[in-house]
Ligand binder design. Structure first.
Ligand SMILES: C[S@@+](CC[C@H](N)C(=O)[O-])C[C@H]1O[C@@H](n2cnc3c(N)ncnc32)[C@H](O)[C@@H]1O
Length: 639
């Protein structure tokens, strides 16, 4: 306590002793729970990608407060990917999820085209020398942050180096005080009154709050300067100054000798305090400012590698999808598959939960119909549930009916049902096996069309459709059309209670048929021994004109290649954005002195032909395309 007092870091308020921290000791302050600085600016219109996007500064502060570089951050509601973006910027690893394909598509593009500053990492010598960083390639080593000395009460109280400084200066200050008090004793009552009038005048003119501590010290001389009600441990009637009362400046009305004595005292005091402060700063702990890492100039950083995955397929079905043919007579399949069983296997739901799920899906699709490209919609002239019956067809299909384009009448309403409907599992993707079995059963039933509706589809399931674009040959030479329809995720009964508002049947766009990428896999023209893929667009079936409508490749926002698809996880090995706008910002940022660092490469990134690649060990390539409605569609090809 004595040391802290000698260092002039104590003050009192009433009977409470307080630690006095000077601004130079630590000019920063802790953040409170009120963050007013995160609101300012908001978004420039061009920066906003998503309607409910969170400002990066908010997420950044949360992340810097709670994690270190290299930590793993999880945001279950990805949206436009602000959390992942901020995590990339600050060297955190991340996982993020969203029920919306649109959100995931936006986030992916945001991350792929983002650019960041390079921060200097702590551990020396493991790889970034070439980049001028000099630190570790792993941000988990921590960044080199700006530091500031943080003077604490403890660091002063325990600083023994202060003692000799205080001991050296104390006699000098005592002597200076003695001289000043001798001059003070010579002050006449008239001057005291004159000074008191100055104080009163200032109070009157500018208000009580305008009167400073310095004014009082100058104008109210001891012992009048002391609070009479205060319990003092020193003599309250002492007519000289105590050390802590000496004025900081002088008044022109003071006698010259008094002014000189006080000035001399303050000079001696300054000399002591300069030495004391330097000693305190030298032993202070350094505080890292975790939002101010050292930037390595001249380096533009991009996102690290990442993958985007749909719900993990529960089974491997690529092989089946590739080898199975549907020509000629269908296989005799006694029982077909049972989707309720499939659902219960995946989720271990009670049977009545499965029935409730199917009932809800049936009501939605009956009211809503099925939507195709360009908002063409098929409506049911009739649709019957089959899942409640014990019929053979009921084992393969959940509903059957007849449909017509919206607004048209069914020309033969009494004819038999010609469209079968199957719902995928409540959780997990539609697999190739389910699609194959519904094709077989659809052929046996003599349907014209089968709708397989699901919350997600594994790559092999969509692969079957891409191999049988014009339909699957069925009974009597007729073709069976198979439509894969995405179910809007928020009508999953699993979301009940999670949403503010659940969509009602008839809300529209609940079941949307998605198209297939058209791709060609061939030997690379550019490099011998390698392969290349051309993405030619997306085909979507137009039910009104009974034709596959191609969507031009240039309309595709993004497409991705996995040059060695393992049938489960799509790993992007090449990414392309025919929509050039996305790359422009990054291309500009990577400009060298003589223009883009690699103009040709950037040209290729907006193209529709992949870069040459070798055949991988899985002998299989997959292409994922974001179709014009934000659906992810995928084609798989054997090498
Ligand atoms: C407010 S937004 C998040 C915005 C995000 N922080 C950003 O900066 O863009 C909420 C997101 O959560 C998604 N979502 C809603 N319910 C969900 C659920 N049960 N599981 C996963 N994502 C969900 C929505 O699709 C939406 O994209």
């Amino acid at each position: 306590m004595r040391r802290v007092q000698a260092a002039e870091r104590l003050q009192w308020k009433g009977e409470v002793i307080l630690f006095r921290r000077y601004r130079d000791d630590f000019w920063l302050s802790d953040l409170s729970t009120l963050w007013t600085d995160t609101q300012s600016g908001g978004f420039r219109q061009s920066d906003k990608l998503y309607v409910v996007q969170t400002p990066a500064k908010v997420i950044e502060r949360c992340m810097l407060m709670t994690t270190d570089p290299g930590d793993l951050v999880f945001d279950p509601t990805c949206g436009s990917g602000t959390t992942a973006y901020v995590a990339e910027q600050w060297g955190r690893r991340w996982i993020t999820t969203d029920t919306s394909r649109v959100a995931v598509a936006i986030a992916r593009q945001r991350l792929l085209t983002a650019k960041f500053e390079q921060y200097k990492t702590k551990a020396p010598g493991t790889g970034h020398q070439a980049l001028g960083g000099g630190g570790s390639a792993n941000p988990g080593a921590g960044f080199n942050y700006k530091t500031v000395p943080h003077v604490t009460l403890k660091s002063i109280a325990q600083n023994v180096a202060l003692d000799p400084i205080v001991a050296k200066h104390e006699p000098k200050l005592d002597a200076a005080l003695k001289t000043a008090n001798a001059e003070l004793a010579k002050v006449k009552p008239e001057l005291r009154t004159k000074l008191a009038v100055k104080l009163a005048a200032k109070e009157k003119a500018e208000g009580k709050r305008a009167v400073t501590d310095a004014d009082r010290r100058r104008w109210v001389l001891p012992p009048e300067n002391r609070d009479k009600s205060a319990k003092l441990t020193v003599d309250a009637k002492f007519s000289g100054w105590y050390h802590w009362e000496v004025p900081f400046d002088t008044d022109p009305d003071w006698p010259k000798a008094l002014a000189e004595a006080v000035t001399a005292y303050r000079a001696a005091w300054r000399a002591k305090m300069d030495e004391v402060n330097a000693c305190i700063a030298a032993s202070a702990e350094q505080e890292e400012l975790v939002d101010q890492p050292e930037v390595v100039r001249g380096i533009t950083r991009v996102s690290g590698p990442f993958t985007v995955e749909a719900v993990q397929p529960p089974e491997m079905s690529l092989g089946d999808a590739m080898d199975i043919g549907f020509e000629g007579e269908p296989d005799a399949l006694e029982t077909g598959f049972s989707a309720p069983r499939e659902v219960s296997r995946v989720n271990e739901l009670e049977v009545h939960n499965v029935a409730a799920y199917l009932d809800q899906m049936f009501r939605f699709i009956k009211a809503d119909g099925v939507r195709f490209l360009n908002n063409r919609q098929m409506a049911w002239s009739r649709l019957e549930p089959l899942f409640e019956q014990g019929s053979a067809r009921g084992a393969s299909f959940h509903a059957e009916g007849r449909w017509t384009p919206v607004g048209e009448k069914d020309s033969d309403p009494d004819a038999g049902c010609n469209v079968g409907v199957v719902f995928g599992p409540q959780y997990g993707p539609v697999t190739a096996k389910m699609v194959e079995e519904s094709i077989r059963a659809g052929n046996r039933a003599g349907y014209d069309a089968v709708v397989v509706a699901g919350f997600s589809f594994d790559g092999a399931a969509t692969g079957i459709i891409s191999e049988n674009e014009e339909g699957v040959p069925g009974k009597g030479g007729r073709m069976l059309r198979v439509h894969l329809a995405h179910i809007r995720p928020d009508i999953n009964p699993g979301m009940n209670g999670l949403l503010k508002e659940s969509p009602k049947p008839g809300a529209g766009q609940l079941f949307t048929v998605f198209g297939q990428p058209r791709i060609t896999l061939r030997k690379s023209k550019a490099e011998e021994g390698l392969l290349e893929v051309e993405m030619e667009g997306v085909d979507v079936y137009d039910p009104v004109r009974d034709k596959h409508e191609p969507t031009d490749a240039s309309k595709v926002a993004a497409w991705f290649l996995d040059s060695d698809y393992d049938g489960r996880t799509f790993c992007i090995t090449q990414a392309f954005f025919p929509d050039r706008g996305a790359w422009e910002k990054l291309a500009k940022a990577l400009n060298g002195k003589d223009g883009p660092i690699d103009a040709e490469r950037f040209e290729a990134f907006s193209g529709t032909v992949s870069l040459p690649f070798p055949a991988g060990k899985n002998k299989c390539v997959a292409v994922k395309v974001i179709d014009p409605r934000g659906n992810e569609v995928m084609a798989v090809e054997r090498v």
